[in-house]
Design a protein around this ligand. Sequence first.
Ligand SMILES: [Zn+2]
Ligand SMILES: [Zn+2]
Length: 318
Amino acid sequence: MRPTLVLAFCLCLALCLGMAAEARAQSDLRVTLLGTASPSPRANRFGPSTLVEVGDQKLLFDAGRGVPIRMWQIKVPMGKLDALFITHFHSDHVSGIPDLWLTGWLGPEFGRRAAPFRVIGPTGTKPLMENIEKAFAADVKIRLEDEKLPPAGIAIATEEFDRDGVVYERNGVKVTAFQVDHGAAIKPAYGYRVDYQGRSVVISGDTRFSENVIKYGTGSDLLIHEVGSARKELMVNLFAQRIIAHHTTPSEAGQVFTKAKPKLAVYTHIVLLSSATISEPTLGEVVAETRQTYDGPLEVGEDLMAFEIGDTITVKKP
Ligand SMILES: [Zn+2]
Ligand SMILES: [Zn+2]
């Protein structure tokens, strides 16, 4: 073979091998962190929301601020969602619902929902959705008349649950809700576990240290956990004490991970408190505190960080 032909052959082979590797990386269980913040408005972290693409389904867990923007950044049309699951009723987890519901119905490619918007959540989800429907009745009426959008696409199908158990099951995908502990006054509060073909993803929801997260998170592939942290100097402040008491500190989260032993632990809903004079802890400090109690695999989530879950877990940073 002439040297140029050999070179062309080698290039072609390298390209084909690369494509094969890329194809293998596409698993049928993919998780994308759409928003990783708490209520605090941050330009680089939107409200809490996690997309799980599993088998032939797209499931969304919480719909925080900016969820339609993040979904369309990864070219997932809102109209293609199979169900939205709600962990609890704090506004940071549900304030994106009207936008998702209404914008997901519009005619362009990012929307086009033609079937009812399916929402699954704890007791209280029905009144929430009924009231959202009332609040936006004028917009729906206008668009039905003016844009001739399909009435079925703006209908809402809500399902409520009031205890631990399976809340969704379709084509081998099973979603189990489990109670967590977000504080005495913040009930109901749930986390979720998604199971598919022997793989699993667990989302803690908002919680302080919870044995139930350990129970449902044990042996999971991906354990996505919230975290809250403030500097010692700030913890003399009652307001800071109250907020941190509703969340899991990094060293407590480390204990959860050490007991549950997920293949990969991931932080989301990162609560970092500060004041005019006391700065928020750095992410490096959050990790260092976690390392006091956990030495396994850990990622600090960012918006649009994605995880391909197969025999191994591939982390795709945005
Ligand atoms: Zn929250
Ligand atoms: Zn909360």
